[in-house]
Design a protein around this ligand. Structure first.
Ligand SMILES: Nc1ncnc2c1ncn2[C@@H]1O[C@H](COP(=O)(O)OP(=O)(O)OP(=O)(O)O)[C@@H](O)[C@H]1O
Ligand SMILES: O=C(O)C[C@@H](O)[C@H](O)C(=O)CO
Length: 338
C-alpha cells in the first residue's frame, strides 16, 4: 500500500479534467516559428497528454472536457478512443468555440517556446451541467489541471468536480499547470489555485507555479515551507519541479525525496512535465515508494523532452524501465537519485 490509499474497487484509476487541444510542432526546426513551413499535428493540452501517458502505462482513464464541434474535435476524441481513454464525458461546444492550438518553436538546440491560440476557446466552456457525480464516484482519483480554473464556466465546473470528489472520498490530484494566456490577473490565479491546492491529496507544480499559488498566503517561501504548509492543509504529497535541476517530493510523514533529470539530448523543453506526471502518478497507483515514482517520472520526462511530440511519444512502462536501465548502465546506478 503506497502513501495514497486508493479505493481499488472503482472502475477508473483516474479521471482528468481540463483542456484537450492540438499541438503543431515544426518538422523544419532550429529556426524561428515564423520561418517554419511544415508541422506535425499531435493531440495536445497538458491534461490530455497526461491522460494518454497514463493510458499507455496501462491505467483505466476517463476525461471530463469540452471540445470544438468540428473536425479538430473529432480528431482529439477519435485519438482518445484509439488510446482506450473513456470519452463519454467529453462534450461539444454549441456556439462555435474553437479547440486550442499550440505551435511549438524549436529555435535552437537549447531554446524552445510555445505560441498558444486560445481565444474563444472550447475547453473553458466546460460547464457545471457537464459534471456528473455518478462518473466521479466511479474513479479512484480525479486530476484537475490548473488552466481549467482560468475562466468561467470552466472554473465553476472544476470546483464542482472538486466538491463531488471530496464528498465521495475520491482522491484529488492538482497539476498546477500555469499557462498565462487566459488568466485576468495574479489575484485570481492565487485565489483559485490555492482553493484547489488546499483540498488536494497530491500537488504537482514548478517553483514558479507554487509562487503564483501562494502569493496571497505568503511570498518567498522555500520548497520545504511550501510543502509543510500544504501538508498542514491535508495534502499528502507535494512535488516541486525545477526543470533541468530536477525535482523533490515532500510527503506528509516528514520525508523528502529528490531526483535529478536523466541525461538526454534535448529537442524541446516542453512535454517533460506531462511525461513526468503520467509516470509519477502511475507509480502512486501501483503503490510504489515515492523515490521509485520520482525515478519513473524523471525518466519519462527525459524521454519526452528528447521527443518531437508529446502525446504521441508517451512511453509504455517497458520503454521507461529500459531507458532507466540503459541510463544506469551508462552513467552509474545512482544517476538520477540525488
Ligand atoms: N533538459 C532536460 N533534460 C532531462 N530532463 C529534463 C530536462 N528538462 C526538464 N526535464 C525533466 O522534466 C521535468 C519537468 O520539467 P519542468 O520542470 O519544466 O516541468 P513543467 O514546466 O511542468 O514542464 P512542461 O514544459 O511540460 O509544462 C523535470 O523535473 C525533469 O525531470
Ligand atoms: O499544455 C498545452 O496546452 C501545450 C501542450 O499540448 C504541449 O505539448 C506542451 O507544452 C507540453 O507541456
Amino acid at each position: 500500500m503506497g502513501i495514497i490509499e486508493f479505493d481499488n474497487t472503482k472502475k477508473y484509476d483516474l479521471i482528468l479534467l481540463g483542456r484537450v487541444a492540438i499541438d503543431f510542432n515544426p518538422i523544419d526546426y532550429y529556426k524561428p516559428l515564423s520561418e517554419s513551413v511544415t508541422f506535425k499535428k499531435y493531440l495536445g493540452g497538458s491534461p490530455a497528454n497526461i491522460a494518454v501517458g497514463m493510458a499507455r502505462l496501462g491505467k483505466k482513464i476517463g476525461f471530463i472536457g469540452k471540445v470544438s464541434d468540428d473536425q479538430f474535435g473529432d480528431f482529439v476524441t477519435n485519438y482518445f478512443n484509439k488510446e482506450g481513454i473513456d470519452t463519454s464525458h467529453i462534450t461539444r461546444c454549441t456556439n462555435g468555440e474553437k479547440l486550442g492550438l499550440t505551435f511549438t518553436e524549436i529555435l535552437s538546440e537549447t531554446e524552445s517556446s510555445i505560441l498558444m491560440y486560445r481565444d474563444s476557446i472550447a475547453d473553458l466552456q466546460l460547464d457545471v451541467k457537464d459534471i456528473d457525480e455518478d462518473y466521479i464516484m466511479n474513479t479512484k482519483a480525479i486530476l484537475i489541471s490548473g488552466t481549467a480554473l482560468a475562466q468561467s464556466p470552466s472554473r465553476e465546473a472544476a470546483l464542482k468536480a472538486l466538491a463531488l470528489a471530496k464528498k465521495n472520498n475520491v482522491k484529488v490530484i492538482f497539476d498546477v499547470d500555469y499557462r498565462p494566456y487566459n488568466w485576468k490577473n495574479d489575484d485570481e490565479i492565487a485565489i483559485y489555485y490555492s482553493v484547489v491546492a488546499k483540498e488536494s491529496d497530491v500537488i504537482l507544480g514548478s517553483r514558479e507555479e507554487f509562487d503564483l499559488t501562494e502569493q496571497l498566503i505568503e511570498k518567498g517561501r522555500t520548497d520545504l515551507e511550501t510543502a509543510k504548509y500544504f501538508h498542514s492543509q491535508g495534502c499528502k504529497v507535494v512535488v516541486i519541479k525545477h526543470g533541468k535541476e530536477g525535482s523533490t517530493a515532500y510527503t506528509n510523514d516528514g520525508n523528502q525525496y529528490s531526483i535529478k533529470p536523466f541525461p538526454v539530448k534535448l529537442l524541446k523543453s516542453f512535454g517533460g512535465g506531462d511525461g513526468y506526471a503520467s509516470a509519477f502518478l502511475y507509480g502512486l497507483f501501483e503503490g510504489l515508494d515515492i523515490i521509485d515514482c520520482l525515478e519513473l517520472g524523471s525518466a519519462s520526462a527525459a524521454l519526452l523532452v528528447a521527443s518531437h511530440g508529446c502525446s504521441e511519444d508517451m512511453p509504455d512502462i517497458k520503454s521507461v524501465k529500459e531507458f532507466i536501465a540503459d541510463s544506469k548502465k551508462k552513467y552509474g546506478d545512482m544517476i538520477a537519485r540525488a
